[in-house]
Design a protein around this ligand. Structure first.
Ligand code: NAI
Length: 509
């Protein structure tokens, strides 16, 4: 086990904006003497005042003792020049996101500080390898990517560039742990872990919107209510700022040499062009003007429970429907697993969990006209909403019976236009695919990626543990069907998913 830097080790933070001041607060609370420097005159001193104010507010709220707040504040000071930072044991850079500015700063620092001083950059999008290039000792530099707000967010990505010493990364990892954070190791690659693996959360929603599968409010509601994300993708883009989110997608797409996996969305580009940037401009995907009432998600009108409900097999959806119908005294019968994999029958309707094919294609391929596909939910036993799509050959009576069955189980139904996959299944499959590729390319291990996605962006589950819960064969089938339907490289299956699938013996004839 590598030791953390001792609390007596002086820490300097350069750049006293949102991130730098937050990082300084974290280091001071952990016991280090902390100096904050900013190129803009007076900025560091104002930031020190603001942090001290924040510490006393936290003490007033009982989040830390008054003594602790005072002690942390006393360890924090503003530096007048870089030369004042000469005795630092660690310098964390949180200046403007510009390669040359960061390189120039570290080169200047290298001439000032001791040979043992470690360098960390808080960059969220620039190659750590590139920032370190040109230093006499690039081995001492790694990324220490905090999330905003740094005092609150637990995750820190410890990012190693090509030249970074393992000992540097390990010491920063141990130090972040000592500061009460949950660090994960990552390799310097575009987007590191979180900003890369999160792309499909936005891009699948934008894609479904682009294809007029449903509206923004319904997609947000499904990802919240059925998938269990804290915010829907459009709500989240509105919070981040559409311009910022679009720029991150663009930079990752370009960094991957225009890999279609990351192609930005024309719809998002149009919103940015309109100046509809989200909450900060009062309008983004949603309208934040005073008095505007948010529309309701698309929800099928209530129907009476259908007669002759049959549940087939013991899949999570069949089990959950059995429980929920029983709790509501709705009669049904149970049968063994059907050959066609159907979960339920209601009148003529046949309900299946989506496998990535459109209902219409599935109906044609199986000769079952009244095919209804149901989306994934994080927990079918508790979900308040589910998306469904009907084959174009499904008659109205069968369509109604399928909706009525889910409603009888207490589930609000969003009836979407039939398209390959359904929102939750598609998104989870693509998140798992991206996470698998990141593991496959040595960016980080599976546990680190799951931790990063839970802590960095508040996902209800890590994408890889989620994929395991659903079953890798299902994820693989969904991706294969999406790839087949669209004919695009975007949906290509990660080699790691293929490898795991065959290794498990599931691929045997
Ligand atoms: P900010 O704009 O709030 O603060 C940057 C500060 O750096 C400003 O006070 C500026 O005067 C100062 N500065 C600029 N060039 C300087 C130089 N050469 N020497 C000293 N000071 C200089 O920016 P923010 O949001 O705090 O971001 C800082 C860094 O952290 C960027 O690299 C950004 O990509 C990264 N980051 C930002 C996150 C966010 O959500 N805002 C999250 C994670 C990382």
């Amino acid at each position: 086990m590598t030791n953390p830097l001792p609390p007596s080790c002086p820490v300097s933070v350069i750049g006293s904006g949102a991130m730098g001041s937050g990082i300084a607060q974290v280091a001071a609370r952990a016991g280090h003497p902390v100096r904050l420097f900013d190129a803009r005159p007076g900025a560091a001193a104002s930031a020190v005042d603001a942090v001290c104010q924040r510490l006393s507010t936290l003490a007033a709220k009982g989040k830390l003792s008054t003594d602790e707040a005072r002690a942390a504040a006393s360890r924090l000071s503003a530096a007048a020049s870089l030369a004042d930072l000469a005795d630092s044991g660690l310098v964390i850079e949180a200046i403007v996101e510009d390669l040359e500015a960061k390189r120039g700063l570290f080169r200047e620092l290298e001439a000032l500080v001791g040979a043992d001083c470690l360098f960390a950059t808080n960059t969220s999008s620039i190659s750590v390898t590139a920032i370190a290039a040109g230093l006499h000792n690039p081995r001492r530099l790694a990324g220490m990517h905090f999330f905003n707000p740094a005092p609150v967010m637990a995750l820190v990505e410890i990012v190693s560039g090509l030249a970074t010493d393992r000992a540097t990364a390990d010491t920063l990892f141990a130090t972040a742990t000592a500061w009460g954070k949950t660090p994960v190791h990552a390799k310097s690659t575009p987007g590191f872990i979180v900003n890369r693996v999160a792309r499909p959360y936005y891009s699948e929603a934008l894609r479904l919107l682009h294809e007029c599968v449903t509206d923004i409010v319904t997609l947000d509601a499904l990802m919240r209510d059925a998938a269990g994300f804290r915010m829907g993708p459009f709500e989240l883009m509105d919070l981040i700022g559409l311009d910022v989110n679009f720029a991150v997608t663009n930079s990752i797409w370009q960094a991957f040499f225009n890999d279609p996996r990351y192609t930005p969305s024309q719809i998002q580009q149009e919103y940015v062009a309109a100046g509809w940037l989200g909450r900060k401009t009062g309008r983004g995907f949603h309208d934040y003007e005073d008095g505007v009432v948010k529309p309701d998600p698309e929800t099928a009108a209530a129907l009476p429970p259908p007669a002759g409900i049959v549940l087939h097999g013991t899949s999570p959806l069949a089990e959950a429907l059995a429980q929920r119908l029983t709790a509501r005294d709705v009669p049904f019968t149970r049968e063994a697993q059907a050959n066609d994999g159907r979960v339920a029958t209601a009148g003529k309707a046949r309900l299946y969990v989506t496998d990535g094919r459109s209902a219409t294609r599935r109906a044609a391929e199986t000769g079952t006209a009244d095919t209804v596909v149901v989306d994934l939910a994080s927990n079918y036993a508790t979900t308040s909403r589910l998306a469904v799509a009907m084959a174009e050959t499904c008659d109205n009576e069968a369509a109604d019976a399928s909706v009525a069955l889910l409603q009888a189980a207490g589930i609000a139904v969003s009836h979407l236009r039939d398209a390959p996959g359904l929102p939750v299944m598609r998104t989870v499959a693509m998140l798992a695919n991206e996470a698998s590729d990141a593991v496959n390319q040595g960016v980080a291990n599976a546990a680190a990626i799951d931790t990063a996605m839970r802590l960095g962006v508040g996902y209800p589950r890590g994408p890889l543990e989620w994929a395991d819960a659903i079953g890798l064969p299902t994820i693989r089938t969904v991706l294969a069907n999406l790839a087949d339907a669209y004919g695009e490289d975007r949906y290509r299956i990660s080699p790691l998913i293929e490898q795991r699938y065959y290794a498990a013996g599931t691929g045997q004839p």
